[in-house]
Design a protein around this ligand. Sequence first.
Ligand code: SAM
Length: 200
Amino acid sequence: MVNEQYKIIKEIKEYASVNKVPIMMDEGIDFLTTYIIKNKKRHILEIGTAIGYSAIMMALCNKEIQITSIERDEVRYMEAVKNIKRMGLENQITLLYQDALNVRLDDTFDLIFLDGAKGQNRKFFELFERNLEDNGSIITDNIYFHGLVMKNENEIESKNVRGIVRKIKDYISFLKTNENYETTIYEIGDGISVSQKKGS
Ligand code: SAM
């Protein structure tokens, strides 16, 4: 990475902090990029671009990596377009401004990274696993949802949050009992799951 790119990434992180845009924690990004490099991932689908931070960090792992990333929020999508252009990564990252649940893709990917609405993870998984290559894996961030997944439901005041927590718990047991994948949950950042497709 050249100095100018470091500067832009620092600015992207500052923008996220000032504007309260949730982006991956440093620990999570380190884990994800190490995983990509170690496992030689080249075709990545990301659900939840936000302002392009994680897509940029993944693209920087290797010049051959191609990423498709989906974002439904217009302001964030526009910011991501700008950031990716500033980084000169337009040839590696394709952004789609859509609700991922309405997207159908023909392409295949060796890594699918789920970082959209946390209560929709199972829907994302079931929708996009058809796009996963035989040696592929699906990574999900924030599997512990700010630690709330470990809490007793009665301790969570908001009905809305309780609903999301219930869906995440359902997603975790869906992953653990899914015989087509070997899932490991890592105690990194807010919890990251890696589901490796079996038989590959
Ligand atoms: N991956 C980003 C990063 O680390 O730089 C952070 C993504 S942020 C945690 C989640 C993003 O997913 C939000 O910007 C939100 O608008 C978007 N999102 C949530 N549900 C979505 C959906 N169904 N389709 C597309 N984008 C979605």
